[in-house]
Design a protein around this ligand. Sequence first.
Ligand code: CA
Length: 358
Amino acid sequence: MNRRDLIKLGTIGSLNACSKPNHIGVNAPTDEYFNWRMATTWPPNFPGLGAGALNLKRYIEDASQGRIRIELYAANELVPPFEVFDAVSQGSIEMGHSGAYYWRGKAEAVQFFSSVPFGMNAHEVNAWIYYGGGLELWTEVYEPFGVIPFPAGNSGVQMGGWFNKRIDTIEDLIGLRMRLPGIGGEVLRRAGGVPVTLPGAELFTALSTGVLDATEWVGPYNDIAFGLHQAARYYYYPGWHEPGPIMECIINQSAYEDLPSDLQAIVRVACQAANLDMISEYNARNARSLSQLINNEDVEILSFPRDVLNQLEKLTHEVIEELIARDAQSAKVWSSYQGFMSQSKGWLRISEKSYLAI
Ligand code: CA
């Protein structure tokens, strides 16, 4: 029996712990090297989301002293952007960096691990993931696919998007062709709009040529990088559809279990570091980019009217109620999410919210 087989035997012990996320395998440290490939859903050299994937690669390589080496691929360089999950699941690549709502075709419950319209913000969602049972549920939802999830980034509250006309009432959404993924897209459909799923790299052209009437992307920092401010005039807030979107690191389960336990820990902690780094970067850079847009005469920054938000929230509840009625797994995840959120809102009301109101 060679050393590799011994390592594999070592993973048998860790299988018992697999139901627990963040499990520490029992594989002994080795001097073995691992060459991994990470594909992302983000365009090449993309600031923010793409930088998050690059940071994650560097943290893992540095902390492991090169015992894990990662080849990083942007969207379409190795895998099409919306096939990253399949590639990780099948083991044709070891890891990916993406957003869970792109995989709703696999299991509808995945949407609660990316972004829930009118749901929790980044502070709250991290609290749920790390301390409220969220990561256990996420691990359970991905388990049949042989994929292990970790949160590895968050953009914070996004912007509502770029529109080529004003939105004064909910009727203004009728017939509106807008790029809007996830549950938010379904809410738009119920409001009479036409949700479109397009990768980020195609948004500028689609909006400029009228293929889209509106698009959301992320926030000032990323949206300026795509030139979206040159493709539409009205920039709406808040991003009701993505109040605290989680970016995920997904790892092929066998590849993860093949790692000795010290490298598993490095991967896990690197994801936590990437998670903190991304929101810190977004908060810093969005603030700077926003002032750039405020001074741009071709851009009007507007709040969605209160009534439009109320109607969208009502439609969101309808969409979620139907989702949990037809899908038991979604019902289980929503029960945890909603229970956590209702407690969390009570605390946030007297902490963050009352402080910001000063
Ligand atoms: Ca977005």
